[in-house]
Write a protein that binds this ligand. Structure first.
Ligand SMILES: [Fe+2]
Length: 283
């Protein structure tokens, strides 16, 4: 394959109809993925482009160590106890922050569910080694998506597109996220780092796709803590409400970090841009 150019490959394939439904679930070794991308293994890259654009959900196994994730969750819970919940727009100088969202699940319940989101931006100093642990895999996926390894890395909000790490904790009985899709304009591949596991940390809920209209497929049983999930942005997806059975057997000391944890590595448009490309509902 002479003169293989990833962006051109994408642009060519994107003339075809964009994927909406899940086709297959593929598992790949995370370390091998990083190596093959680094070596510019064109056959491997070409195959992944084809697979992603046909609607496959790719799970990269063991991308981030479980030990790091467990410790990170504990550190984040500490932050919720020492710092106030807050919200900042993505403007110059925006700090890292965390936000507690209370959501009323349904009228029949009188309580509100809690969801905590933690946001990190590159221009802020932090001690959790977020970028050190996520950048190798994030850079490789940017490259696969037709960007450079370091695209957006030096950007701040005035540059339009910025890198943002969002970590979300769904303790239990949280509401669901309606099916939606994203605009591929700045980021073709949606990246999720899974920080918890079905039947260990929660019993129901999490990411789902559609195999066809009205045929919902929850994919959480295929995922382990530390795996990274990839799919083309136009694939219809949502999040089922997280549930934990009362008799859950908790591993030692992990009561306060129980629940579902998800991390999105995303490059959104900053708030200087009025018509931001964000997500769109399915209908
Ligand atoms: Fe989404």
């Amino acid at each position: 394959m002479k003169n293989f150019n990833i962006s051109e490959n994408w642009e060519k394939i994107e003339k075809k109809k964009k994927p909406k439904y899940l086709k297959k679930i593929i598992r790949l070794d995370g370390k091998e993925f990083i190596q093959r991308l680094k070596k510019k293994d064109n056959k491997y890259i070409r195959n992944l482009i084809l697979r992603l654009y046909s609607g496959d959900f790719i799970i990269l196994k063991n991308c981030v160590s479980e030990k790091y994730i467990d410790n990170l969750k504990l550190q984040l819970m500490k932050i919720t106890k020492t710092k106030k919940s807050n919200y900042y727009k993505m403007l110059e100088g925006c700090p890292n922050f965390w936000r507690r969202q209370d959501e009323r699940i349904a009228k029949k319940y009188s309580f509100q569910a809690v969801r905590d989101s933690f946001y990190f931006f590159r221009w802020n100093k932090e001690r959790l080694k977020i970028w050190k642990n996520f950048d190798q895999i994030w850079g490789s996926i940017k490259f696969l998506g037709g960007l450079r390894y370091n695209s957006f890395v030096k950007n701040t909000p005035k540059d339009k597109v910025i890198d943002r790490v969002q970590i979300v904790r769904y303790p239990k009985d949280t509401g669901h996220t309606e099916p939606h899709f994203h605009d591929p304009v700045n980021q073709r591949i949606i990246i999720s780092l899974y920080m918890s596991e079905l039947n260990k940390d929660f019993h129901h809920g999490g990411t789902y796709f559609y195999e066809k209209k009205n045929k919902k497929i929850n994919v959480e049983k295929n995922i382990k803590k530390g795996d990274v999930g990839l799919f083309y942005s136009t694939l219809l997806h949502g999040v089922d409400a997280v549930k934990i059975k009362a008799q859950i057997k908790l591993r030692k000391n992990n009561k306060e970090i129980q629940g579902r944890w998800w991390c999105g590595l995303y490059s959104p448009e900053s708030n200087y841009y009025k018509k931001r490309n964000t997500s769109s509902p399915a209908i």
